[in-house]
Write a protein of this length. Structure first.
Length: 360
């Protein structure tokens, strides 16, 4: 007789237990993934601020490049956190850790100077607040959407985090150059020279022949001669009899120009201090700006206001650049997101028949 085998049945209770254990294991694995993402974000946040603060003091291009690279990486991680992190408490905790993490770079200053500590702490809290608001806005967009639209979720989040990061960096700039007196001559000279070179084409519209590479004396003489010729033209148009500058002998023109240029130079000296005709225009401009800056800085209230104004201008400039390039950051984050989906780090599934969700 053929032996009758009993088919082993799994009770509903056992099945439920198995599924529950699988769900708990998946949940623990998801928490580990989120923790890894959060730790990477903390590291990227510290590296971004650290390298950019180092650039302010050393003006090494490599520090600036590394700071920008880690900044892009940090914002990419933020975009991914918006998609992967669930709940406002978890999002708030990650935003808090990544917001205050850069303070570890300034522990020496924090314990030595109460005023600096207050500014840094305020900056970190503002960074955290914008970070949290950004993540929360992205989470709300994700929760309210039927389909997962990457750019519709990250667009409300990334600009907010960028704003918080820039505010913190601008405060570091203010402290480094105004409060801590770490102004870097090399960086200041580069900025000054670049400004003069940028303004050169505009100056040549009014004073043809001037150049940023001229000495102060040559620059003033060229500008003076152009102005004399303009005055002659304007007088002729008004019907006023004037001595024609072009009818003078070369020696006489040179003598007249030098005399007038010397008067102009003396008038400038009365405003900005001693000026040498042999000094290069770029060098003289930077020296005068630096002297005036130091003079104002010695007056504590004026120096603080000057530093605050410079910080506000820097923030506006950086914010405009961030607005132009934020779409590149979001595009890079989208590529990373697709890679994580393909590699199985995260997957898109249906929470119901009408809504897509992401799980990791």
């Amino acid at each position: 007789m053929r032996a009758i085998r009993k088919k082993k049945m799994v009770s509903p209770i056992q099945t439920t237990t198995v599924n529950k254990k699988e769900g708990e294991a998946a949940g623990r694995f998801s928490i580990i993934k989120i923790a890894v993402l959060g730790v990477l974000g903390v590291a990227a946040s510290i590296a971004t601020v650290g390298y950019l603060e180092s650039f302010l003091q050393t003006t090494q291009t490599v520090d600036l490049v590394l700071g920008i690279i880690f900044g892009v990486l940090f914002l990419t991680i933020v975009a991914l956190e918006t998609l992967f992190v669930r709940g406002m408490w978890m999002g708030g905790l990650i935003a808090l850790l990544q917001g205050i993490a850069p303070l570890t770079l300034f522990t020496g200053k924090i314990f030595q100077d109460v005023a600096s500590a207050s500014v840094l702490l305020a900056g970190a809290l503002v960074f955290f607040a914008f970070h949290y608001v950004g993540i929360r806005r992205g989470q709300v967009a994700l929760e309210n959407g039927v389909k997962i639209k990457f750019f519709g979720i990250t667009k409300p989040a990334v600009p907010k985090v960028v704003t918080g990061l820039l505010i913190f960096l601008v405060l570091v700039f203010y402290l480094t150059y105004i409060e801590w007196g770490s102004f870097n001559d090399t960086l200041g000279k580069k900025v000054s020279d670049q400004f003069i070179e940028t303004a050169e084409p505009i100056a040549q519209i009014w004073f043809p022949g001037v150049s940023a590479d001229q000495t102060v004396g040559a620059f003033i003489e060229t500008a003076t001669e152009v102005q004399i010729r303009k005055m002659k033209t304007e007088s002729a148009e008004k019907g006023v009899l004037e001595l024609d500058f072009d009818l003078l002998a070369p020696e006489q023109r040179k003598f007249a120009t030098e005399r007038i240029a010397e008067e102009v130079r003396k008038n400038l000296e009365g405003i900005v201090g001693p000026i040498s005709n042999e000094e290069l225009l770029k060098d003289a401009t930077y020296r005068i700006i630096k002297e005036q800056f130091q003079r104002l800085q010695n007056a504590s209230k004026v120096g603080a206001l000057l530093g605050a104004g410079a910080a506000i201008l820097l923030f506006g400039f950086l914010k405009s650049l961030a607005f132009l390039f934020s779409w590149l950051i979001e595009l890079f984050a989208f590529v990373i997101f697709q890679i994580l989906i393909v590699t199985g780090f995260a997957n898109v599934s249906f929470k119901s028949t009408t809504q897509e969700t992401i799980s990791i």
